[in-house]
Every structure is written in C-alpha cells, then in structure tokens.
Design a protein around this ligand. Sequence first.
Ligand code: SIN
Length: 478
Amino acid sequence: MQLANPELLRTDSFIAGQWQSADSRFSVINPATEQVIAQVAEADVDAAISAAVAAQREFANSTASERAAFLLRWHQLVLANLTDLAQILTAEAGKPLQEAQAEIRYAASFIEWFAAEALRVTGDVLATSVKGQRLLNLKQPVGVVAAITPWNFPAAMVTRKLAPAFAAGCAVVLKPSELTPLTALALAYLADQAGIPKGVLNVITSSDAATVGQALTRHPQIAKVTFTGSTAVGKLLMRQCADTVKRLSLELGGNAPAIVFADADLAVAVQAVMASKFRNAGQTCVCVNRILVEESIAAEFSALLQKAILHLVTGPGVTPSVQIGPLINAAAVAKVSQLVNDAVAAGASLSYQAELALELGYFYPPTLLENVTSAMRISQQEIFGPVATIQLFSTAEEALQLANDSQSGLAAYLFTKDTQRIWHFSEQLQVGMLGINGSAISQAHIPFGGIKSSGFGREGSSYGIEEYLQLKHLCWAN
Ligand code: SIN
C-alpha cells in the first residue's frame, strides 16, 4: 500500500486521545491476497470506557457550533485523504477501489450532514392550563455511546454512527470489526487532527468481539449501544443490554426483494437490480436478495440480466477494471457455495456462473440462479455474495405475499409504471425503505433502517440525531 500520508496507517488502539500499543496483537488479512497486512493491538476496553465517561460531561456542555465546527473540519480532512482512505479500505475489505472511493464519499456525507444537524436540535415550549406555570421539553445527549460496526462498510457505518453522536454531544467507544479495523483507525486519526477533544472518541481494536460486546453492553455508564451487523448478534446484544436498560439502535440483516412487473422499464430494472445486487460483491444489508419477476416477462428479463452479469469483471479490488472483489473471508465463500449448492440440489437451475482463474483470494464467481422457490434456504437468508436468484410470480397479490414472506424488513425495490400499484405496494410492503423504479436508497439524508427482525432506529436524515438525544421535561411552577 503506497499512501501519500503514511500516518493514516495506524495499528494501535486510540484511547483518551492517545495511540495505545499492546504486546498482544491480531492479524488483519487482505481478502484478495490472503496476506497479513497489519498486526493490530488488542485494546484495553475498560480504559476506553473510562476515558469516554470522563470526557462526557464537558463534551455535553460544549456548544452546538463548536461540535459542528469540529465535524466540518473532520469532513474536510476525510475528503482531502480520500485516495489513501480508499486504499486502506480496499486492502482490508477487498472492495474495488472505485467503490471504496464512493464509500469514503458516502462516509464523509454523514459527517457533513450531521455538522448541520448539530445546529438544529431544538426543544419545545408547551401550552399550559395552570396560570403561571411553564412547560418545556429539553433535548439532551443520551450520554456515552458504544458503537459496534461491521466489516462490509468499514468507513460509512463508522461515520453514520459517530457523526450524529458527536453532533448531539455524546462521547463514543467504537468497536470496529476485527476484520477491518484499519479504516476506522485512519478515521480516528483524522478526527484527532480535526481537534476532537480527548476521550470523546475511543477506538477499541480487538479480535474478541464477544468479550468486548459483553463489556460494552453490561457497563452501567454506557447509555446507548448502536450496532450494525447480523440479526443473531443483534438479538444477543439486545438481551445483554436488558439489565442496564440501555437505549439501543439495531441495523440488522435484510432479505430485500426486487419485484419486477411486466409493465416496468426493463432496462431500468436490470440496471438498478445489478447496482444493488452486486454492490460490494453482494455483501450489503440492502442488496437485492430475491428477484421476483412477473411470469410473462421471465425470459426477456433473465436474458437481459444474464447479459449484464457476464460483463462483470472479478478480481483484486486494486485492479482498475474490477467490479467484483473478493468476499471477506474463506467462511463467507463456503457459506455462499453451500447456499448455491443447496438451491441447485432442491431444483434451482444454474443459468450462469463466471469462470474465475484466480489462484489466491476469497473469490466467488458472479452467478445467476433461476427457478428458485421460497422454500430454498437461499431465499430465506441473506446471500451476502454475488449470486442473483430469480423467482416467478403470476399476480400482484402473489408478489406481495412472497415479498413479505420473510422475518427481515429492511428494504425492497419495486419496478412498475402503474401508480395505483406503486401506492398499494408502498403501503403494504413490510420494510423500512422502498426503492421505486430505482435502487439508490443509500444517502445521508434518507432515514436508513428496518422493521421486523431487521432492527429498529434510523440512521442518517433528520431522524438520525434523535437516536442520540433524550427528552427531559421541565414543569416550572414559577
Ligand atoms: C449496510 O449494508 O448495512 C449498509 C449499506 C448502506 O448504507 O447502503
């Protein structure tokens, strides 16, 4: 990795404004080469929590303008270091460089957005029925936040949590995924350069996610836990938070259907499905996971989709033409292979699978499966790999029933020109986000989040900061 600013490559944890080394270290692997790229320190979790607790009071008393100014400086530094940050991200997560750069811009957009939101936190003055009495609602920071972030978006999921927390006045203990800690550490370095007060951001790097998760969820002085990751881990964290009754936001797994009706613009639908399905090699919570196609256009749609898939270039993310990088590790490749094999054994047809000639790396070939049914495991789980599955429907009612037949409720995508149908599906689909004739739902100003087992709470948008604020009522007798 040739960085213009080598200072960005940090391998120690960041606690109380200091880089903390440790004898015990864990390896970070480049999934495209299977080579170790860094040995990262196992952090002292208690020290990080104490630092955040110590910083909380003063930070909560800082002005909104001070916090906004810091966020804007951080935003500028992230953009100024975009090329280096993208290289670090590609090295540890495998994402193609162009996509990594897009993620850094996406990550920066949350910082910019919440710099502005910091200035817009308001309370209320209420009408009263008692003479002389004054009733007011204040909004205050919830307190110390524990943020646990995933490997699939090592930059954007960090800033989507940290920026609103800082805007609201909350100190943070961040636990990035042990698979991708380097991007988070680089962002922390830039936050430090931007002048974040000591102890307001603490980054715990650790290979022992379970123990760190327990320490964070059980600690009485952590007020809130925000987590993006699997539904299984989200449920565990929720149980662990019960004893100390913490505020919680969970952005968990999805199983997004893309419903393509015969009246849709098929070129638009294919382009949007490709962009969503193959984003980050299919390793995205809001990826299209099931493509539901109206029977009468099945042949035409699958021919167009197959044509688009066979143009995908797979390889190491540093190669400029590559669109599909490796999966995160060998276990991820094994899981996707198993899902595809099970589906084929249960009657799905393997219409296309790319041939790869890569000797190293955790690659899985872009694949198209047809004749998929709801009973197959591949329709019930997040695939998290570059595999598109087509399932047919014959009526709108059947499409709706298939789409809602999932414990997940994160996102869905709908392709039709019929406005009555758009309205009906908008009301009836059990999801937190719906893309209509498009799939670009990931933006700083939209409320990102799900329902059902996909979790609760919203990130980004004007709703995002509310997750880090609590209401206090003042009943002032006078
Ligand atoms: C995710 O996969 O959890 C986040 C994706 C996004 O923000 O679009």
